[in-house]
Design a binder for this molecule. Structure first.
Ligand SMILES: [Zn+2]
Length: 73
């Protein structure tokens, strides 16, 4: 029994919160282009792939202290 569920990111403008979002190829300036979300209201464009702002809000786990090297007495 499988219980897969696909979760789609809701395209919401990070600037104005509009749901009027379109997708288009945006020139990144390096001669490359990538698919981006574009707000239909304020024109803000942001990439589909990375959502660094969201993941940055998750507190990073404290780095565990390196285990002391075995010392020979
Ligand atoms: Zn907007």
């Amino acid at each position: 029994m499988s219980d897969f569920r696909v979760i789609y990111h809701e395209p919401i403008c990070p600037e104005c919160g509009s749901f009027d979002i379109d997708r288009d190829q945006v020139d990144t300036g390096d001669g490359l282009s990538e698919t981006a979300h574009i707000c239909g209201d304020c024109g803000t464009a942001w990439p589909l792939a990375c959502v660094t702002d969201w993941t940055a809000m998750v507190p990073a786990p404290q780095p565990s202290p390196a285990p002391d090297p075995l010392t020979r007495r």
